[in-house]
Design a protein around this ligand. Structure first.
Ligand SMILES: C[S@@+](CC[C@H](N)C(=O)[O-])C[C@H]1O[C@@H](n2cnc3c(N)ncnc32)[C@H](O)[C@@H]1O
Length: 206
């Protein structure tokens, strides 16, 4: 598919109901409505939850999570890009693939202390489908390994994937340690986009 020009992109952004809604509600991105739809359907975030947001910038998922957890909960977010501060959100600037950054996250979260890991991370796209898919799955595998350090037994994971080779294998991998693995394609996720979310519920320790 040909890449959209900046003008076309601006035009579609201005027409997009979720962009308008996010602007009016002071959310930093239309992505909020993807997490909101999943959370409303699956009731993931409780008022005392500890939520870990991977690939959090510009911050709409973290904004939403911090509103849902209220004063008793915690949100720990990480991104390779800077993110403007959000009340009750602890932000770690760094590349998630870097072991030092993961250790820093684990230090703040505490071992096996997270109720929910949400990952909206996507690698920088090259436009070469096979390369982009491989990079996305490599990131997803790192997220799965990271869950072993931070998720409480019974904890959940929401992760963005792209349709293509390797996603069935990834789902099978998740099934080894989560009781239930389902797919979600929220309405705010554009039909023409290959992205979808996998929700893995009820993590179990070995
Ligand atoms: C689609 S955006 C996330 C939007 C976010 N959920 C929101 O609601 O504002 C994906 C983010 O993942 C981040 N990201 C991609 N690879 C990363 C990595 N290796 N480490 C940390 N962040 C990464 C990007 O910098 C980008 O900000």
């Amino acid at each position: 598919m040909a890449k959209k020009s900046n003008k076309q992109w601006l035009h579609s952004q201005n027409k997009d109901q979720y962009v308008k809604q996010a602007r009016e509600s002071h959310y930093r991105s239309r992505a909020i409505y993807k997490l909101q739809e999943i959370n409303q359907k699956d009731e993931l975030i409780k008022s005392n939850s500890c939520v870990v947001d991977l690939g959090s910038a510009p911050g709409s998922w973290s904004q939403y999570a911090s509103e849902q957890v209220k004063a008793n909960g915690r949100v720990i977010s990480v991104d390779i890009l800077p993110m403007e501060p959000i009340e009750r959100v602890l932000f770690i600037l760094g590349n998630f693939t870097d072991e030092v950054v993961q250790k820093e996250c684990i230090k703040h979260i505490g071992k096996q202390d997270a109720d929910l890991v949400i990952s909206d991370m996507a690698p920088n796209l090259t436009g070469i489908r096979i390369t982009d898919q491989a990079r996305s799955l490599t990131l997803a595998e790192l997220v799965y390994d990271f869950c072993h350090h931070v998720l409480k037994p019974g904890g959940d994971l929401v992760i963005k994937l792209f349709e293509g080779t390797g996603t069935d294998e990834y789902r099978r991998l998740l099934k080894e340690r989560f009781a239930k693995v389902v797919t979600r394609k929220p309405q705010a996720s554009r039909n023409q986009s290959r992205e979808f979310y996998v929700l893995a519920r009820s993590y179990r320790l070995r």
